[in-house]
Write a protein that binds this ligand. Structure first.
Ligand SMILES: [Ca+2]
Ligand SMILES: [Ca+2]
Length: 393
C-alpha cells in the first residue's frame, strides 16, 4: 500500500494520471489532521467540534467532543486548530482553537485526552474577541516549532469583512490579523515570552507577527522548525510566506495586509505599502479556478524523492497542488477535483496526507519506516568504533 502511494505520487509529479491512496472516509467536514511525533495514530479535526482518532488499522474513535461549545453553523467558524503538548505521551494534553458558541470569540483551550473526565480537564489559555456580525477570516491554526519548544503560535484572521474594514491587521493594539506567541500555563492562561517583539514597547505583547488576513493553514517544518504561513487572499492574490528558524522565525514581521495582497498593492484600498513589509516567497492569482490557498508541509518522510524537502501546498477552490522549492512552484497533477481540500496533514512518522471537506482523507506520501532500535544500536556501535579509531590515528 505504501509503496503504491509513493509510486503514484511520483507519476503525478511528472504530469501522469494523478492518484493518491484513500485511507479514511466518512468524517464530517474535517478541516485538519495531525499527530504527535512518533505516534502511529491520526487525529482528525471535524469543524463541528469533534476530534476523531484513526488507528493504524483504520479503526476510528472519538477523542474529544466539544460540539456544545463550538459555533460552526455559519461562515468560517468552527473547531479550527489542534496542537500537541510536548509531553503528550505522558499527559495526553492537546490545544484546540475554536469559535465559542456563546461569545463568538476565538478560544484557545487545552484538554487532556487521557483524563478520566476529559471535559473537566479543560483549561482556557487565551481568548480573542471577534468583531460583531462578521463570520469569516477566523484563521485558527495553532502550532509549536521544534526550534522554539514550549511556545504556542496562534494564527488569527482579521476578523472578517472585505478589505479589513477596521484595519485591524495593521493595528498593534488588536490581536486580530496576527501570529501570536505565548507560553501556555499548565493550569491555563499564559505568559508572554520576554523576547516577543512588542514587549516593553507600544503594541500588544502577545503579537509575534502581523499584517495577516486569514492565515488558515500553516506549519512548522518538523526538521528545521521553519515557519510556513499561507495567507488567504481577497480577490486577487494567494500567498505563501516563509520565515526560517535560523533567521528568527519572522519576529516582528509585517506581512502586509491590508495595504498589500500577495505581492501587489491591494486593489481594494489605497493604503500605501508599509515601509517594513515582508513580501511572500510565492504568490499566485486567480487563473485555473484558484481562489483560496491551503498551506501545507515540508515533506520529511524520506519516501518520495520528488517531494522530499519541499513544501507541498494547494488550493481549496481549484483543488490544485504544488511543491515549492525556494521560490519556484511546480504544479503537481492533483487528483482532487471536487474534493475541497481543507488541509494537509502530517503523520507522526512524517507521512503526508490531504484532508477534504467531503470527509475523505488521502495519503499523499508515506514515510520510510524508522530503523528498528536494534539496527540503530548496531549503527551507533559501528559509528562509535569508527570515531574511536579516528581519534587514535
Ligand atoms: Ca507592548
Ligand atoms: Ca502578505
Amino acid at each position: 500500500m505504501k509503496s503504491l502511494a509513493i509510486a503514484c505520487l511520483a507519476l503525478a509529479a511528472t504530469g501522469a494520471a494523478p492518484a493518491a491512496t484513500l485511507i479514511g472516509s466518512g468524517f464530517t467536514a474535517p478541516v485538519f489532521l495531525g499527530a504527535p511525533v512518533g505516534d502511529s495514530r491520526l487525529f482528525i479535526v471535524e469543524r463541528g467540534g469533534v476530534i476523531k482518532v484513526q488507528d493504524s488499522l483504520g479503526g476510528v474513535s472519538t477523542a474529544l467532543d466539544i460540539t456544545a461549545k463550538v459555533e460552526s453553523s455559519s461562515g468560517e467558524r468552527g473547531l479550527l486548530g489542534l496542537a500537541f503538548d510536548a509531553g503528550f505521551a505522558t499527559n495526553g494534553r492537546v490545544y484546540v482553537n475554536y469559535i465559542d458558541k456563546t461569545t463568538l470569540s476565538t478560544v484557545v483551550e487545552s484538554y487532556s485526552l487521557t483524563a478520566s473526565d476529559i471535559g473537566a480537564s479543560a483549561r482556557t489559555i487565551l481568548t480573542v474577541a471577534q468583531p460583531a456580525g462578521r463570520s469569516n477570516h477566523k484563521a485558527g491554526w495553532i502550532g509549536f516549532s521544534a526550534a522554539d519548544p514550549g511556545n504556542l503560535y496562534i494564527a488569527t484572521g482579521d476578523g472578517g469583512g472585505g478589505n479589513d474594514p477596521d484595519n485591524l491587521a495593521q493595528n498593534l493594539t488588536s490581536n486580530l490579523g496576527k501570529l501570536l506567541r505565548v507560553t501556555p500555563g499548565a493550569d491555563g492562561g499564559y505568559t508572554v515570552p520576554t523576547d516577543n517583539p512588542f514587549v516593553g514597547v507600544a503594541g500588544n505583547d502577545e503579537i509575534w507577527a502581523y499584517g495577516l488576513r486569514n492565515p488558515f493553514r500553516n506549519s512548522f517544518d518538523r526538521t528545521t522548525g521553519d515557519l510556513w504561513l499561507a495567507d488567504v487572499g481577497q480577490s486577487a492574490r494567494e500567498e505563501v510566506n516563509f520565515a526560517s528558524a535560523a533567521s528568527g522565525l519572522g519576529r516582528g514581521a509585517n506581512y502586509g495586509w491590508r495595504p498589500r495582497e500577495g505581492s501587489i498593492d491591494n486593489p481594494g484600498v489605497g493604503d500605501p505599502a508599509p515601509p517594513n513589509l515582508t513580501e511572500p516567497v510565492f504568490d499566485y492569482g486567480r487563473a485555473n479556478g484558484d481562489a483560496t490557498v491551503i498551506g501545507g508541509y515540508v515533506y520529511r518522510g524520506g519516501g518520495d524523492a520528488t517531494l522530499d524537502g519541499k513544501y507541498v501546498f494547494g488550493d481549496f477552490v481549484s483543488g490544485r497542488m504544488w511543491t515549492l522549492d525556494g521560490t519556484t512552484a511546480t504544479p503537481l497533477a492533483s487528483p482532487f477535483s471536487g474534493f475541497q481540500l481543507t488541509s494537509f496533514g502530517e503523520g507522526g512518522d512524517g507521512s503526508l496526507y490531504a484532508v477534504g471537506l467531503n470527509g475523505d482523507i488521502y495519503l499523499l506520501a508515506a514515510a520510510v519506516p524508522e530503523p528498528a532500535p536494534a539496527l540503530l544500536l548496531a549503527l551507533g556501535l559501528a559509528a562509535g568504533g569508527l570515531l574511536t579509531r579516528r581519534r587514535r590515528s
